[in-house]
Design a protein around this ligand. Structure first.
Ligand code: SF4
Length: 612
């Protein structure tokens, strides 16, 4: 069956109408079903349907009963289970570990996703259909594929395949892997025999591992060791981090008490033709019509376009290296134009393309001479200073020009963040172009910090580069009638950052009159370099100690970033006191907090004197 329906079926009735007696594959997800290429389930479902398989979706099931899980019957090939577009714990809790009252991936924002959704759904499906293969996918499974630190339980958890009764795990974007799994199961192979598919992980019996350990597999320190010893944890992390390259990455194995988890090398990058083919599939770009309430996560992306995948920035707090990888995979401009042209047929489209980008907007079509043959360097970060990296924004410029010239398109925005060191490295008029055509009032950039030891821990460019970028941006404003602003993203509480560093950042924000509503307090999400530092207190690549702000110090750091907020005054004063900077308390623009609250001010002075 290759004809794609307007929406993939969410119910037995919809399946009946399409003449489906048994689905080949059933996808279970914690998100509402939104048929848009930014939503993983839609992407995987459409790719499978395109490959000739029928797909039903169980979205946001009630896991306390079996009714939702049995609605579509038993699939012919397998269940594919994911928590949804984000990790369920990240989705369900704030960085301060408070339960969120809403879920943007649900109709009306009403939360219904269980904690550790992948495990909960898998247990339920396995109970009801014990003989049917289960394949895990999505961010939650992908980034928990090795033993990992879990911030919400403050302990190291086993790899998810050791915790959930699933047969295979797909990591990365997954279209290639799920199609290959489906084809091979359809040809009669058993799921246990599918051990050679790139971009997948599987379980191996301990006896088998000990008796015939296949050659060429790198063994990571096991779960028991990394759960007890932070240095081993950091070592294991560096080992698997360095192998997440599709060209040079090797197979990895991590023993657990009852099983051994084996990760094959990542899937090979998709060619432009393969990516084009996926994004040319007939997504309706709408939520399934059975939902009566809007899905908040759809609105900011409904008319956005993915131009590429991958990011070579390797920011420490982002786990994208473990998911999409560093090698950039770009679509053709023709395919992107076709997508925008399809949007124009939708009555809701008002001529505004909300975003054309990827993880970093200005990496479209950028490449390194070495990627194809050798992969991305193992021990070196990509940056504009590398002579092998082509930093020309020519292709992105041409693409954006073509898009804004489509009749009926009024504006094409860049909503994703841009990497300012790359933008600066290109002096062919890129910044002029984005300021003239693709920035609304604000340009989002993410310096994250300005103090060298912190930017180094974050693997972000130095403050000088950001300053240069701001200067360039300001120069461009002189010839504009309507002023634009830089909207910088800064982060507090990152490993390597002290209260003194945050005071310096606050002073920088004051001196540059930056608007900082966007406050990010570092959250240790699974499998980022920063999370490894947070848990171990070590830089995983050098094993050198790193300062880790926690508890009260973390709160003070966050408050310092929003020092103007009166609610933060007590914490800011406490931070200034700890940093020996009570000179920043006083009345006037040069001070961070006013000396009007005498009680608090006196408290700071007193503590300061006591210290001396
Ligand atoms: S040669 Fe340079 S751009 Fe290429 S992978 Fe290595 S560091 Fe990155």
């Amino acid at each position: 069956m290759t004809h794609q329906p307007r929406f993939l079926p969410l119910s037995g009735n919809e399946g009946d109408k399409l003449g489906i007696r048994q689905f080949d594959i059933i996808l279970v997800t914690g998100d509402a079903y939104v048929d848009h290429p930014s939503f993983g389930t839609a992407l995987i479902g459409r790719a499978l349907w395109d490959a000739g398989f029928t797909v039903g979706i169980i979205a946001r099931p009630d896991w306390t009963t079996s009714a939702d899980f049995t609605e579509l019957g038993k699939p012919r090939l397998f269940f594919g289970i994911s928590s949804g577009n984000v990790d369920s714990m990240v989705n369900n809790f704030t960085p301060n570990l408070k339960r969120r009252s809403d879920d943007v991936y649900s109709p009306g924002g009403i939360p219904k996703r269980p904690d550790r959704a992948t495990i909960v759904y898998t247990n339920r499906v396995h109970e009801l259909f014990p003989d049917t293969p289960i394949v895990l996918g999505g961010i939650e499974a992908s980034l928990r594929r090795f033993a990992h630190y879990d911030y919400w339980q403050d302990r190291v958890r086993q790899a998810i395949l050791a915790d959930a009764p699933a047969d295979l795990l797909v990591f990365g974007m997954g279209e290639k892997q799920v199609v290959e799994i489906s084809r091979r199961l359809a040809y009669g192979e058993t799921v246990a025999s599918l051990r050679d598919i790139r971009g997948t992980a599987f379980r191996m019996d301990i006896v088998e591992w000990r008796s015939k350990r296949p050659e060429g597999i790198i063994e990571l320190p096991g779960f028991t060791e990394v759960a007890q010893d932070k240095t081993s944890y950091a070592r294991a992390f560096a080992m698997h981090y360095r192998e997440q390259d599709p060209i040079r990455g090797r197979t990895l194995a991590q023993p657990h008490p009852k099983t051994v988890v084996v990760q094959n090398p990542p899937a090979l990058p998709l060619s432009t033709e393969e990516l084009d083919h996926i994004y040319d599939l007939p997504f309706s770009r709408c939520a399934h019509p059975s939902y009566t309430q809007r899905i908040p996560a759809l609105e900011p992306v409904q008319f956005s376009v993915t131009s590429h995948r991958g990011c070579f920035g390797a920011c420490s707090f982002c786990a994208l290296t473990h998911h999409q990888g560093r090698i950039i995979q770009s679509r053709s401009s023709a395919s992107i134009i076709r997508e925008v042209t399809r949007m124009m047929r939708m009555p809701e489209f008002k001529g505004i393309v909300q975003d054309v980008g990827g993880p970093t907007a200005n990496m479209y079509c950028l490449s390194c001479d070495l990627w194809e043959k050798y992969g991305a360097c193992r021990d070196k970060h990509c940056s504009p200073s590398c002579k092998n990296l082509d930093t020309s924004h020519r292709y992105q410029g041409e693409l954006l020009k073509k898009l804004r010239e489509i009749p009926g398109v009024k504006k094409v925005f860049i909503g994703s963040g841009i990497r300012y060191d790359l933008a600066l490295a290109d002096d062919s008029g890129y910044m002029e172009m984005i300021c003239d055509h693709h920035v609304s009032g604000h340009l989002k950039v993410a310096p994250e910090h300005v103090i060298k030891n912190v930017t180094e821990a974050m693997n972000k460019p130095d403050r000088e580069v950001f300053d240069q970028f701001c200067e360039r941006f300001e120069t461009l404003q002189k010839r504009k009638k309507k002023r634009q602003y830089i909207l910088p993203y800064f982060m507090s509480g990152h490993p390597g950052c002290s209260i003194n560093d945050m005071v310096e950042l606050a002073v920088y924000i004051r001196d540059h009159q930056l608007y900082t509503e966007q406050v990010q307090d570092f959250t240790p999400t699974p499998m980022s370099v920063s999370t490894c530092m947070y848990y171990t207190g070590l830089n995983p690549f050098t094993l050198e100690p790193v300062h880790v702000p926690k508890g009260k110090e973390k709160k003070i750091q966050r408050a310092l970033m929003q020092y103007r907020d009166p609610d933060n005054r007590r914490l800011v004063i406490e931070g200034l006191n700890a940093a020996g900077r009570i000179d920043l308390i006083g009345n006037g623009r040069q001070f961070l907090v006013p000396a009007t609250d005498h009680g608090i001010y006196k408290y700071a002075i007193k503590r300061s004197r006591n210290k001396k």
